[in-house]
Design a protein around this ligand. Structure first.
Ligand code: TRP
Length: 331
């Protein structure tokens, strides 16, 4: 039994990228490992949400974790900001995180490019806070999507640096984990890049989207005028739709449309209709629970209190050890 940690930034409703990259792995892992799943609300402060938005978004993520099948009696579900020990570990790790390596992180460079007016220190040290999340429970497995691989590499660097500096083996190396052979990258519907909220509302399919909304979004997804030579390579926008189909449809369905594409006989209308129906079916069990759980305030607050307590217990232990290792001793 290993310790598993993973979190999702609390930007509100979860999309299929969150679901296939993280949540589905959480649900499968919870019975085999010691799992901590949290809502990364401290990380979300880099974008300066209003207090109302912050609260609503955190609550929504809790609801969707539960709706997706994370069992709060088996796994520990908690809110990052309710465990202040993480901020302390973040501070310690920051002393050994170097400007050069932080500036070189792909996610930082992407954010700088996208928001040149808000390049704050929290954004720069985002990977350090993420390392603190993971090392706080001394986790070894971290179920995340492909886009987080570099952050995991940085976490290992920080852990090893700490160990070397204090001549200890306190932190084990955490590794990104996925049940499939590769870490998953779920593309968006706009024909380029990954599924994400910042890419615009129509780019992402949310777990809480109604079947009608899902159908509308998929039917509007970017395609082209169709293949002209047998077995030709698929352009990005088309490949993305096939990748989505690989996630939500059966292998037979995928093969059927792949064969049609290769024979230059595919009709994108039929292809998208099938993709939309399979997305509706894949999200149905989650969608069905979202409303019900969202209306149950008592249940949500019970789950959160219970999770926070368990998370703090583990966090307090690590912080006490780390303080001792660093040399903060009692007088
Ligand atoms: N950076 C992750 C994301 O954007 C969220 C995250 C924060 C996380 N801390 C973490 C994931 C710790 C795994 C472990 O998706």
């Amino acid at each position: 039994m290993e310790t598993v940690v993973s979190g999702i930034r609390s930007t509100g409703k979860l999309h299929l990228g969150n679901y296939y990259g993280a949540i589905r792995n959480f649900v499968q892992m919870q019975h085999e490992h010691n799992c901590y799943f949290f809502i990364a609300d401290l990380h979300s402060l880099t974008t300066h949400p209003t207090p109302e938005d912050l609260y609503t978004n955190v609550r929504q993520v809790v609801v969707e974790y539960l709706a997706a099948g994370i069992d709060p009696d088996v796994a520990t579900i908690y809110i990052q900001s309710d465990v202040p020990e993480v901020a302390e570990l973040y501070l310690y790790l920051n002393m050994n995180a170097y400007l050069g390596e932080l500036e070189r992180a792909t996610s930082f460079k992407d954010k700088v490019r996208a928001n040149p007016d808000n390049i704050n220190a929290g954004l720069l040290t985002y990977p350090v806070l993420m390392a603190a999340d993971i090392l706080l429970h001394r986790a070894t497995k971290v179920p995340v999507g492909k886009d987080q691989e570099q952050h995991l590499e940085m976490t290992r660097t920080f852990a090893n640096r700490f160990n070397r500096m204090y001549k200890t083996e306190y932190f084990a190396e955490p590794h990104a984990f996925s049940f499939g052979k590769n870490l998953i990258k779920i593309p968006g519907l706009d024909g380029k890049g990954k599924m994400g909220k910042s890419e615009g509302e129509a780019n992402a399919v949310y777990l809480s989207d109604s079947p009608e909304t899902i159908r509308k979004k998929v039917m509007r997804a970017v395609t082209d005028s169709g293949p002209t030579t047998p077995n030709q390579q698929k352009p990005e926008a088309i490949q993305n739709l096939f990748t989505l189909m690989e996630a939500v449809s059966s292998p037979d369905t995928l093969k059927h449309f792949d064969d049609l594409y290769n024979a230059c006989e595919i009709r994108y209308g039929d292809f998208k209709k099938q993709l939309a129906e399979d997305m509706v079916a894949a999200t149905e069990p989650v969608r069905a629970h979202i409303h019900e759980i969202s209306n149950d305030n008592d249940y949500i607050s019970k789950v959160i209190h219970q999770g926070n307590e368990k998370a703090r217990e583990s966090a307090r232990k690590t912080i006490a050890d780390v303080r001792e290792i660093i040399g903060f001793r009692k007088f």
